[in-house]
Design a protein around this ligand. Structure first.
Ligand code: MV4
Length: 480
């Protein structure tokens, strides 16, 4: 593999290029007209404009990206996350054009793209599943019988897509039909597939996911868990590894289950198996994400691995070269997603011109960044500017480094989730590890940040006064 096309933009395009260059592989950037001066374009060895700003006229044009790869004599395409990364048809077209798709086979993408197909595929592998049905509801009367067997509240879920769309909690049987109709109509308009099914509703779970990596020689390893419960409206904001609640035994069990899920779909490359963990330490398989995830750096830091390097190695057909027994957890890592969103105003997008943009540096700080000072933030794409990642020997140290790094991240003219990250890092529920997926809903109000801003302002005023008084003393000294 001598040259790869990165079918993505922003921080992840840069992240992938860095590893490719380290491995002596040349990179090709693709970009839209608004991204012509973007950092990912500058870092690549070659760059090709593929269309206008809207992603359906640029970053989603699979055939056009494949043409670029062929014209420039590239060997492979790395899709990153989002855009075409979980598009089985694209992965297939890449292969049909004798290029390597740096990711799993189209079939695995397709199976895991459907929650019902995923349930079907893992059925024979003895993986803990949420009580429920494994086929789409066709008969409401039958579905109601099953729902009352499971016991209310139940959850109606869409088979396609994700992000909580088409998901409805049903508290009692009298609401079943109306909620089902809503779920079906939401799923149909969002995914063009109205298949829905039911599961027992796990009321206050943690979201724990396991990183897996597989080669094409039958070797599959897991690289432990990431705790992703701090999210709002299905958008993760803070992630960490390891989770503060897994025992070594539970971790090993969940890791083995994740490996079985990967086996069930003949997986290759980097993948993530999502689980819910309830208050009694029962875990349930939810779904598998067939891509490199946004939050992969926390896993890299605690396992001392380069997941992009491993992706490229296995895509070239090489063996993983790592045995499960070789892997140990070292230290603790946190990630804060720095979004151009205003936490004081319901996380509304806050795009504009990056007047001041200074990234923190120092021991234990990694910033996977896609922007630079003086740039405009395009309105067309995901508003994530960067990922602020910290590493410490202990969880407490990682949190402390995060708080300092947030203070040293200087962004002017736009609002970001940095202040929200500080709120999380200082909250007792987070520092004690006693939280679940309802953390944000339960504890966060814009007042919480404003009062901590006032607290900061008060401290700053006290320090200023103290300095002033000391200066006064010094000035008077010669007089006395
Ligand atoms: C659940 C659940 C409770 N019980 N399934 C949300 C998105 C989708 N990927 C799965 N999700 C959930 N499935 C059962 N049976 C609660 C959620 C859920 C959730 C899961 C992970 C992280 C954050 C979440 C926020 C709300 C609901």
């Amino acid at each position: 593999m001598k040259k790869i096309v990165i079918a993505n933009r922003g921080e992840i395009a840069i992240r992938i290029m860095k590893t490719a260059h380290k491995m002596g592989i040349k990179t090709v950037a693709i970009y839209s007209t608004v991204d012509r001066d973007a950092p990912h374009v500058k870092l690549a060895n070659e760059a090709v404009c593929i269309g206008e700003a809207p992603s359906n006229q640029s970053y989603l044009l699979g055939s056009k990206i494949i043409d670029v790869a062929k014209k420039l004599d590239a060997d492979a395409i790395h899709p990153g996350y989002g855009f075409l990364s979980e598009n089985a048809d694209f992965a297939k077209e890449v292969e049909e054009n004798n290029l390597i798709f740096i990711g799993p086979k189209p079939k695995a993408i397709k199976i895991m793209g459907s929650k019902l197909a995923a349930k079907e595929a893992v059925k024979a592998y003895d993986i803990p599943m949420v009580p429920g049905i494994d086929e789409a509801i066709t008969n409401v009367t039958k579905a109601k019988v099953i729902a009352s067997e499971i016991g209310y509240p139940i959850l109606i879920k869409a088979s396609a897509g994700g992000g909580g769309k088409g998901m409805r909690i049903v508290e009692q049987e009298s609401n079943f039909e109306s909620q089902m109709e809503r779920a079906i109509s939401e799923a149909t308009s969002a995914f063009g597939d109205g298949s829905v099914f039911i599961e027992k509703y796990i009321a206050s779970p943690r979201h724990i996911e396991i990183q897996v990596m597989a080669d094409s020689h039958g070797n599959i390893i897991h690289l432990f868990e990431r705790e992703c419960s701090i999210q709002r409206r299905h958008q993760k904001v803070v992630e960490e590894a390891p989770s503060s609640v897994l025992t070594p035994q539970l971790r090993a069990k969940m890791g083995e289950a994740a490996i079985k899920v990967a086996k069930a779909c003949d997986y290759r490359g980097a993948g993530t198996v999502e689980f819910l963990l309830d208050g009694n330490n029962n875990f349930y398989f939810l779904e598998m994400n067939t891509r490199l995830q946004v939050e992969h750096p926390v896993t890299e830091l605690i396992t001392n691995t380069d997941l992009v390097e491993l992706q490229i190695k296995v895509a070239r057909g090489e063996s993983l070269g790592i045995q499960q027994e070789d892997l140990v957890i070292n230290g603790h890592a946190l990630e804060l997603r720095v979004y151009a969103e205003d936490p004081l105003h319901d996380f509304l997008p806050s795009v504009g011109h990056l007047d001041t943009y200074k990234i923190p540096t120092g021991k234990g700080i990694r910033v996977d960044n896609g922007f630079e000072e003086g740039m405009d933030i395009p309105i067309y794409y995901d508003p994530m500017l960067a990922k602020l990642i910290t590493y410490g020997k202990t969880r407490e140290e990682a949190i402390q480094i995060m708080i300092t790094a947030i203070d040293n991240y200087k962004i002017k003219a736009i609002e970001t989730t940095l202040s929200f990250g500080k709120f999380v890092c200082k909250h007792e529920a987070f520092t004690s590890g006693n939280f679940d997926t309802h953390f944000v809903k339960k504890y966060y109000t814009s007042d919480a940040i404003e009062s901590s801003n006032h607290e900061d302002a008060k401290i700053a005023a006290i320090i200023a006064l103290k300095h002033y008084l000391e200066d006064q003393k010094k000035l008077r000294l010669p007089i006395h």
